[in-house]
Design a binder for this molecule. Structure first.
Ligand code: PGA
Length: 258
């Protein structure tokens, strides 16, 4: 059985107001009546999440909301943090974890592992980001990705794999300063590589339901090739998720190739 495809929007620290956030979300919301086979997840800044849950906005059930990060405790003396449990109580279903921009601020695989476990225990689907900073000729980057996958998923049960999304986002392909986009072939190789790491540990069956998606300069123009040649289970979209027209384009292309 083929897994459902998933398209995730990572708004990052954008936009600056609730009004603008609502405009983006409504722009996406009004044109998804034809979407049946693709999961859509929007991850705006955390402070706007509860407003987006407001019934007056009439956001379709087809859109799930996600956070861009969580803390690993449930409650307590952790100034400035938001827990998976709090988000789950608000009806949030996903959280991006271990994004390279957070790793750059000092998040380790060990910390991300705690967050993954905390998310799973609150029924929040972790969107675990992995990806190397550079591609060296000795292929050392493969060991780097392997360590990220193994250490971030240390101690999880094999049944949890179906409840996790892994986003392969090579750091060099992210954002407006990207050196270049990854090629669909590069993504396909890493997807197989991650599946192999996890099937050695959990068995091939457990890995079947795991979705591995591509992120890093995803645009409507490269969406199809990542689906067809890259065999991607979907996308983690940064910049183009802030533009409803482009994001809907990515969703529609994904839907027609599901
Ligand atoms: P980008 O960001 O699509 O703007 O490259 C992707 C991401 O960082 O998730």
């Amino acid at each position: 059985m083929l897994n459902r495809k998933i398209v995730i929007g990572n708004f990052k620290m954008n936009p600056v107001s609730l009004k603008e956030t609502e405009n983006i979300v409504s722009g996406i919301n009004k044109s998804i009546s034809n979407i049946k086979k693709t999961d859509i997840v929007l991850c705006p800044p955390v402070l706007f999440l509860s407003n987006l849950k407001n019934k007056k906005l009439k956001i379709s059930k087809k859109i799930s909301l996600g956070a861009q990060n969580i803390f690993f405790g449930d409650t307590g003396a952790f100034t400035g943090e938001v827990s998976a449990k709090m988000l789950a109580n608000l009806g949030i279903n996903y959280s991006i974890l271990g994004h390279s921009e957070r790793r750059e601020m000092g998040e380790s695989n060990d910390l991300i592992n705690k967050k993954v476990k905390s998310a799973l225990s609150s029924r929040i689907t972790p969107i675990l980001c992995v990806g190397e900073k550079d591609r060296d000729v000795d292929h050392e980057y493969l060991n780097f990705i392997k360590a990220q996958v193994e250490e971030c998923l240390l101690g999880i049960s094999k049944n949890s794999l179906a409840k996790i999304v892994i986003a392969y986002e090579p750091v060099w392909a992210i954002g407006s300063n990207a050196t270049r986009e990854a090629t669909p072939e590069e993504f396909r190789e890493i997807r197989i590589f991650i599946k192999k790491i996890l099937s050695d540990k959990f068995g091939a069956k457990a890995v079947e339901a795991l979705r591995i998606i591509y992120g890093g300069s995803v645009h409507p123009e490269n969406t199809l090739s990542f689906l067809k040649e890259g065999h991607s289970d979907g996308f983690l979209v940064g910049r183009d998720s802030l533009n409803p027209k482009k994001f809907l384009n990515i969703i529609n292309i994904t839907e027609s190739n599901s």
